[in-house]
Design a binder for this molecule. Structure first.
Ligand code: NAD
Length: 369
């Protein structure tokens, strides 16, 4: 039996609380004896700053580079709001993304039938929704140089951010999109602003070229602003959406709201496949932050974290049956009406973080009995 190695980085706030629930799921799979996971754990974010004076230690980074996959909780909180910029909690996550070269960020937006009423859109628009937003994560305007604010000497200032993409960066994310679409609905929608941005023209061109190798997948191009509109008008028209760092940041947050709560949303960040082993470096994390407002109350929803582990099973270990089983267990717990505070309707009874974790493990038992 292959043993998969995982580095757990719980982080701050509710991060450690939701990671405890993933450990229950890991223990369940290990006890079942068909797959084996070996875990190590380390500090990240504010917790690492308190211990080492930086947001992730070199030793933890080495572990992350060596592990088959990293499970990341969340970082940050008011305690660290005034620490120096370079060692702020988020710097730990940015270093992981940079050193592991995680260029592809996958954010599924799945609307569980039991939660269709919790969306701000009409239930018929979101019920059964299952789309995947693939955001380029390491290039574009967040990283392009020059990036500066200069004094113009006349009391005015000038701010510059630079949107830069090279064709290889677009090609590799496009190929990741086509490969993912093959495992899903077989359709990719590429979004850019080729009408006003040169980077959009190149994006469109390179995605179209890469498509030549994936003729079994349907490709459509959409301007990103129109895409935003379509995403709230009729999101079920999409399967995989591929877009750049900036548009992806915004569009994936829009898609997040389609499904109800931040506490439900998993994500994955993947690197390029290793030429020899074909394995990709990968980090899995909930979309939400450390939720300091509810930390320590047992009120956090662990589903985004547990569903992030389901993505890990699927994309890092190709354990598709196990991933399906875990997602079904989450759905079954919701079907029974179990709700943490964030997904409860007014007047509905709620359960705690650990009760939700236990309920999902109980559903794993029931589904595999
Ligand atoms: P947040 O995502 O932490 O919280 C936003 C709101 O959603 C809060 O009301 C919170 O209680 C709720 N929420 C979030 N996750 C939940 C869950 N699992 N269950 C129930 N409710 C949940 O965003 P924020 O308040 O803007 O940021 C808080 C801190 O987290 C900040 O320090 C911020 O920098 C950091 N942050 C970290 C990450 C990350 O680690 N990847 C991402 C975003 C924000």
């Amino acid at each position: 039996m292959t043993t998969h190695t995982l580095l757990l980085l719980p982080g701050d706030g509710i991060g450690p609380e939701i990671m405890v629930e993933v450990k229950k799921v890991l223990a369940w799979f290990n006890a079942r004896g068909t797959v084996s996971f070996e875990t190590d754990e380390d500090l990240v974010g504010g917790a690492a700053y308190d211990a080492h004076g930086k947001a992730i230690s070199d030793a933890a980074m080495d572990k992350a580079m060596a592990a088959d996959a990293v499970l990341f909780g969340a970082v940050g909180g008011p305690k660290w709001d005034s620490v120096p910029y370079d060692v702020r909690p988020e710097a730990g996550l940015l270093r992981l993304r940079k050193d592991m070269q995680l260029f592809a960020n996958l954010r599924p937006a799945i609307c569980y039938p039991a939660l269709a009423d919790a969306s701000s859109l009409k239930p018929e628009v979101v019920e059964g929704l299952d789309i995947l937003i693939l955001r380029e994560l390491t290039g574009g305007v967040y990283f392009g140089e020059p990036k500066e604010i200069t004094e113009l000497g006349n009391g005015q200032k000038r701010a510059v951010d630079t949107q830069v993409y090279e064709s290889y960066e677009i090609d590799r994310i496009a190929r990741a999109a086509f490969e993912l679409a093959r495992t899903r609905g077989g359709k990719v929608t590429s979004m850019e602003k080729r009408n006003v941005m040169k980077s959009g023209v190149l994006w469109n061109e390179v995605v179209t070229q890469a498509h030549a190798d994936y003729q079994d997948v349907k490709l459509e191009h959409m301007l990103a602003d129109a895409g935003g509109m379509q995403l709230v008008r009729w999101p079920k028209q999409f399967d995989v959406i591929v877009t750049d760092n900036l548009f992806g940041d915004m569009l994936s947050d829009v898609a997040a709201m389609l499904t109800g709560s931040l506490g439900m949303l998993p994500s994955a960040s993947l690197g390029a496949p290793d030429p020899e082993t074909g394995k990709r470096k990968a980090l899995y994390e909930p979309v939400h932050g450390s939720a300091p407002d509810i930390a320590g109350q047992g009120a956090a929803n662990p589903i985004a974290m547990i569903a992030s582990f389901a993505m890990c099973l699927r994309y890092s270990f190709e354990l598709v049956a196990e991933a399906d089983l875990l997602e079904k267990a989450i759905s079954a717990a919701l079907d029974k009406g179990l709700r943490t505070r964030d997904i409860a309707q007014k007047g509905e009874a709620t359960i705690s973080t650990s009760q939700m974790g236990d309920a999902i493990v109980a559903e794993l038992d029931a589904l595999s009995a």
